[in-house]
Write a protein that binds this ligand. Structure first.
Ligand SMILES: C[S@@+](CC[C@H](N)C(=O)[O-])C[C@H]1O[C@@H](n2cnc3c(N)ncnc32)[C@H](O)[C@@H]1O
Length: 219
């Protein structure tokens, strides 16, 4: 496999060759997703392995995802949870998430994943109103970029101390480093990175995996 990132293709091939191989069903999900016009939204193999490892390292039992698409990042997290663990997936697209559900079932992960088809901010608010603050171990944010700051704040409320928030695309293909780039998505991601970097509520690191994964650990 060749993984994508801020390095030449031959290095991507090397990284892919030393990353844990994916099961046959996951490779099939990648093939099916590659035929969609929005295929580029799917996370790469190295990021999948990285997220599984992160979830295992913190012993995650309860997780939330904002932005599911065809289900790859959900598989990364769900496969690290114990059988009675729970992953809540937030998305608004029935067509893409119906593909996800097929593969979750095939991989034996469907019992631990709940899909909430609604704008993510509403789902997060409902969880907070339900008294679920401080009960989650891990969050992954990978939806509309201008919504990230809102999702980050709500996820911070939902995380337990020591819980992780992972935010995808924080390098935005390198565009965040170009101060002349005033596109609203670029500005939203750059501003949020700067905010998290100075946020006393978390320890953080912007890792250059895939398109950049910000790791924020709630203190
Ligand atoms: C980049 S894709 C997610 C990719 C996915 N994490 C993966 O690994 O394949 C972004 C997803 O966010 C969803 N989305 C966009 N706006 C949303 C919103 N306001 N609430 C919930 N989901 C949203 C889209 O429908 C899309 O499936």
């Amino acid at each position: 496999m060749t993984v994508r990132g801020f390095f030449p293709d031959d290095l991507g091939t090397f990284i892919g060759s030393v990353t844990t191989a994916e099961p046959e069903a996951v490779i099939r999900l990648r093939e099916e997703t590659s035929k969609l016009p929005a295929a580029g939204m799917q996370i790469g193999e190295d990021q999948t392995a990285f997220m599984t490892l992160m979830a295992k390292l913190i012993g995650a039992r309860r997780a939330i995802e904002i932005g599911t698409f065809t289900g790859m990042s959900a598989i990364a997290v769900a496969q690290a949870l114990p059988p009675d663990g729970e992953l809540i997936c937030c998305d608004v697209n029935e067509e893409w998430t119906s593909i996800a559900k097929r593969y979750w079932t095939e991989l034996g992960l469907a019992d631990r994943i709940t899909l909430r088809l609604a704008p993510a901010a509403l789902t997060l608010d409902a969880l907070i109103d339900n008294g679920d603050g401080g009960t989650f171990d891990l969050a992954f944010i990978d939806a509309d970029k201008t919504g990230y700051d809102t999702y980050y704040e709500k996820c911070l409320t939902l995380m337990r101390p020591g819980g992780l928030i992972l935010l995808d695309n924080m390098l935005w293909h390198g565009r965040v480093a170009d101060s002349l780039d005033r596109d609203e998505d670029t500005v939203a991601l750059r501003t949020l990175s700067e905010k998290i970097g100075e946020d006393d509520r978390v320890d953080s690191c912007l890792a250059s995996i895939g398109d950049g994964v910000m790791i924020a650990r709630k203190k």
